[in-house]
Design a protein. Sequence first.
Length: 108
Amino acid sequence: MNIEYTPVRELRPHPNNARTHSRKQIRQIAKSIEKFGFCNPVLIDNDKQIIAGHGRVEAAKLLGIDAVPRMVKKLRLPKDEQFGDVCCEFAEAPAVGQQPVQQIFPMP
């Protein structure tokens, strides 16, 4: 596993991000980053689109952090068929809001 740093300004949020974070949650994530550093890298695809870690990126912006640790996940399917690859990253989010899967990836 190769973890490197990428400038925050180069990262793009996933347009169908299933998780939402309140300002309070972003501040809580920021406090955690201040205290412990980044415990998990941001997961991005080859196009620097965020797959997991939207809240960490927003917290980094709040803290004025210029670059965040990241891992690149090679998605196995074309962009229009990535439901499984991306959806599995949104599976565990008890403390944040989530959109129903049907809103994230509407069925044709």
